[in-house]
Ligand binder design. Structure first.
Ligand code: PLP
Length: 478
């Protein structure tokens, strides 16, 4: 797509929007300016292509299409069928998956679909067949009571939040921690690494129906073949949530035992992180789960977002190009450069490094909490997010860590030298930030004092790199 086409598409779109609500047009312009001028290191964010973004702004948004391809509860879904079929076909090809369900609106929705599919597929109950939509009226109130009991007493084993797992992997405040009896596995307290023997021992003792693998903040690769062995030994379903690293799977950086798709019974993902698509979710499954996953709507989803499914198809088509492989490899190489940049400057990293797209910096050696570090960095134009480290003494709100990711700046074209410089800038900001005090004069976990001139020199150094690697080069809003 040529620059002038994209520029005129957005200029005209914003003019149309501005005629109705100018403040939204202004905020949209401002968001572009802000994204262009900051160092975006949020590990779960990226920059989707103009083609992906433009695909979301169409009349497909107006169409209801509950059901599945060729089997809708609304008339006139022939074009949505085309879109959904294409997105699913690209997804199957991209990931080598027998089955793909592209309707989930987000990663959390994808996980809910997966949970209910596993329950529907594996819980042994005489009522299950009747529970499906066409037979529901045959169940009595007493049958439903039994079903609720059977469904509500299943076990899930997932990675704990402070070891890098996600809320949906059995964390108590999330519905996954309430609908299942849950237990969590962590990482080795010395190395910060997953210890598969410990996971296996927990699984043997707990005998979960669902073993969840995958993470939001673990800076290492996972051996999914080993996780499947563990699941098989105890008769569990292996569900892998690859929301974070789907781009590294699609780009063939993670292959063999590190590729979850052939090993997991069900793989879930978001489409907007390292995969660089629109905001959304997806479920990939082995054939035996396909029919259950297909019931995502009406089981836990409403009408699919057809405009987003269209954008998923475009993003997956992009990810099937060879340039995406080079991008994914660069994401992983850049994470190594960032980690080395920290280690040569004596900073502490959880697990001592990275071999995916995440670097988890322990900021306690700077005398700061994650909250203070996050805020100080933001003042200096560096956008990160605070994150727990294993057994975090500051809990999940203040934390002791900062999570950094390379997908977004790699999309802008940052390479080894820039990521080394990013490490230098972050160390400079944190070394020149002091923890503040509370109103009563005690130590504060939130307030901080940034040294004179640090924000200005960081922004100037960042601007040099950002100018060399513009976001949406050639996109000029008139
Ligand atoms: N799963 C994992 C591993 C994630 O990291 C996230 C998001 O951070 C999600 C699921 C949820 O995705 P969403 O925000 O699209 O619901």
């Amino acid at each position: 797509m040529t620059d002038s086409l994209v520029s005129s598409a957005y200029t005209q779109a914003l003019e149309v929007i501005g005629q109705v609500e100018p403040r939204i047009a202004d905020a949209t312009r401002q968001e572009l300016a802000d994204q262009r001028s900051s160092l975006k290191l949020i590990a779960s964010e990226n920059y989707a292509s103009p083609a992906v973004l433009l695909t979301m702004g169409t009349w497909f948004s107006d169409k209801y299409a509950e059901g599945t391809v060729g089997h809708r509860f609304y008339a006139g879904c022939q074009n949505v069928d085309t879109v959904e079929s294409l997105a699913a076909e690209h997804a199957r090809e991209l990931f080598g998956a027998p089955y793909a369900y592209v309707q989930p609106h987000s990663g959390i929705d994808a996980n809910l679909v997966a949970f209910w599919s596993i329950l529907a597929n594996r819980v042994e109950s005489p009522y299950l067949e009747k529970m499906q939509a066409k037979n529901v009226n045959e169940l009595t109130e007493a049958d439903w009571e039994t079903l609720r009991h059977e469904f509500g007493n299943q076990r899930l084993l997932g990675m704990s939040l402070d070891a890098g797992g996600h809320l949906t992997h059995g964390f108590r405040p999330n519905i996954s921690g309430k609908m299942f009896h849950q237990q969590q596995y962590g990482t080795d307290p010395e190395t910060g690494l997953l210890d598969y023997d410990v996971v296996a021992a927990k699984a043997r003792e707990f005998k979960p129906l669902v073993l969840v693998a995958g993470y939001s903040a673990y800076p290492r690769r996972v051996d999914f073949a080993r996780m499947r062995e563990i699941a098989d030994e105890v008769g569990a379903v292996l569900m892998v949530d690859m929301a974070h690293f789907a781009g590294l799977v699609a780009g063939k950086v993670f292959t063999g035992d590190e590729d979850p798709v052939p090993h997991a019974h069900i793989t879930t993902t978001t489409t907007h992180k390292s995969l660089r698509g629109p905001r959304g979710g997806m479920v990939l499954a082995q054939e035996e789960f396909a029919a259950d996953v297909d019931r995502g709507c009406p089981m836990v989803l409403g009408g699919p977002l057809s405009h987003v499914m269209a954008a998923k198809a475009v993003a997956f088509a992009e990810a099937r190009q060879s340039s995406f492989k080079a991008y994914a490899q660069q994401v992983a190489d850049n994470a190594k450069s960032l980690a080395e940049g920290f280690l040569t400057r004596d900073a502490t990293l959880v697990t001592g490094g990275t071999d995916n797209h995440i670097v988890l910096l322990d900021v306690s050696s700077f005398g700061l909490t994650g909250r203070q570090a996050e805020s100080a960095l933001l003042d200096a134009g560096v956008v990160t997010n605070r994150n727990s480290v294993p057994a975090d003494p500051n809990g999940a709100w203040y934390t002791s860590g900062i999570r950094l990711g390379t997908p977004a700046l790699t999309t802008r074209g940052f390479g080894h030298d820039e990521f080394d410089k990013v490490a230098e800038l972050i160390v400079d900001v944190l070394s020149n930030t002091e923890a503040g005090t509370t109103k009563a004069g005690g130590p504060s976990k939130a307030s901080y004092v940034l040294g004179d001139g640090v924000a200005e020199r960081t922004k100037a150094a960042s601007a040099e790199m950002l100018d060399k690697h513009p976001l949406y080069p050639g996109l000029v809003l008139g």
